[in-house]
Design a protein around this ligand. Structure first.
Ligand SMILES: *Cc1c(COP(=O)(O)O)cnc(C)c1O
Length: 456
């Protein structure tokens, strides 16, 4: 039996700074626009929602930004995270490819999300904030912010997408265990929520709606800020601890990736593993193939339009240029709740536009097939979201087998699936369906995109 090989860094190798890809872009990403005037916004426009340190990170073009020592102290509980060579999976696939995966499931909440929850809570506490409000899909983000809020003594309130609230009671319990409060969205606690419920009392919710509710609450109180678990530049940057560590670990392995694969919901774990390597490429290093894998039922990168859109359904957020399915789009209720956002991180969208990355989409049954094959070989049960990355990596490995070529594949195993076993139960019972989004609804959501005149 082949052994799984583990590459561990010592605590001294924990990154001292985050990597900001905005320093190395061949062309800057388009500006964020004010929803009313359609003019580029300034830091002051975001001040009601975020503390100034995070706003400055959002617009920074400095290449490395120091990680505050109190944040590194908390990171050390589970970081540096392990990198594995998937020898038993390689054997099962009979592939000449070398498959490596970075494992983010070792964090307290079981995913990469605390990598940004911890610094976000820290900077808010430094700014004197008492309460954070946010949204969550599957509950990964809500539980991570609940954990981080607890660490830094902040109250946390989470609007959880209704379908997940009903499907995933254990994530909800986890948030409450950490001391946060969790409300099903759409709720009757906000204007945005009440407007949606008036149209449809049994609305399943969406991330776009939950964001509207959280933003609305945060904007009302001085001691309260909003916190987002993906999409924004500073969130992607916090995740680059993943890729920076992986670079050192690939060096330990005496290897370097030819292909990097990540799953994309809002783009943060993908950016986390990819950006440090892509930055090296942009500064003259080795050229890589980089593959973003998304669900076929919510395919923003592969089927969305690259256009200015709102981040939320009630149109309270600024406009960002991104691959979007339209802010009113509600995807069908498939199991990878963390991949159900209508848009994509502007930085990831920009990279696709520049042909620096590729995107592909798979249906959920094929992703669960891949996840189960991975679990049986490597012993780790991936989160349904992570199954998309596993699927993408297996497709690359099989291509190597068919072409008789050995390539080095690196993917991000962004979380474990221990809270998602109902999805696996449904899969084994043959109850999972490959859900298609409603074409008419997509057309309608895209027709509703704001019309923005862009400067040439
Ligand atoms: C939240 C989440 C995702 C999707 O978010 P990204 O910002 O695209 O990373 C993917 N996988 C897991 C395990 C998650 O918790």
């Amino acid at each position: 039996m082949s052994e799984t090989i583990k590459y561990l860094l010592d605590e001294g190798q924990l990154p001292k700074s985050w990597y900001n890809i905005q320093a190395d872009l061949p062309k800057p990403a388009p500006p964020v626009l004010h929803p009313g005037t359609h003019q580029p916004i300034g830091p002051g426009d975001l001040a009601p929602l975020f503390p100034m340190e995070l706003i400055m990170q959002e617009v920074s073009t400095e290449r490395q930004i120091d990680i505050p020592e109190p944040v590194r102290k908390i990171y050390r509980q589970w970081r540096p995270s392990p990198l594995y060579r998937a020898r038993r999976l390689e054997a099962a696939l009979q592939t000449p490819a070398k498959i490596y995966y970075k494992y983010e499931g070792v964090s307290p909440t079981g995913s990469h999300k605390p990598n940004t929850a911890i610094p976000q809570a820290f900077y808010n506490r430094e700014a004197g904030i008492k309460r954070l409000v946010t949204e969550t899909g599957a509950g990964q983000w809500g539980s991570s912010l609940a954990f981080a809020g607890g660490v830094f003594g902040l109250e946390v309130q989470v609007f959880m997408v209704r379908v997940s609230y009903d499907q995933k009671p254990y994530r909800r319990a986890l948030m409450e265990t950490y001391g946060a409060s969790c409300i099903a969205s759409p709720s009757d606690q906000t204007q945005s929520g009440r407007a949606i419920l008036a149209q449809r009392a049994d609305h399943p919710g969406s991330l776009g709606i939950a964001i509207s509710e959280a933003v609305e609450i945060a904007a009302q109180r001085d001691d309260t800020k909003y916190s987002l678990g993906s999409v924004l530049n500073h969130v992607l940057m916090h995740q680059t601890v993943i890729g920076q560590e992986a670079m050192l670990q690939m060096e330990m392995a005496g290897d370097y990736p030819d292909v990097i694969v990540g799953c994309t919901g809002g783009g943060s774990n993908f950016a986390g593993i990819v950006f440090p390597f892509l930055g090296a490429q942009l500064r003259g290093g080795k050229k890589l193939r980089i593959v973003a894998v998304e669900p076929a039922a919510c395919p923003s990168l592969t089927r969305g339009k690259y256009a200015y859109d709102f981040g939320d359904t009630a149109h309270l957020t600024p406009l960002t240029k991104m691959h979007t399915l339209g802010s009113t789009f509600t995807p069908p209720g498939f199991h990878a709740g963390g991949l159900r956002y209508h848009g994509m991180a502007p930085l990831v969208s920009h990279l696709l536009q520049l042909d620096l990355i590729e995107a592909t989409a798979y249906h959920q049954i094929a992703c669960f097939d891949a996840g189960v094959q991975f679990a049986r070989a490597e012993g780790i049960v991936p989160a349904p979201e992570a199954n998309h990355a596993v699927k993408g990596a297996i497709v690359e490995a099989i291509r190597c087998r068919e072409e008789g070529k050995s390539r080095t594949i690196l993917f991000n195993l962004c979380g474990h699936g221990h809270f998602d076993m109902q999805a696996y139960i449904d899969y084994f019972a043959g109850k999972l369906k490959d859900l298609n989004y409603d074409e008419a609804e997509l057309a309608m959501a895209l027709a509703g995109l704001p019309s923005v005149k862009e400067a040439a």
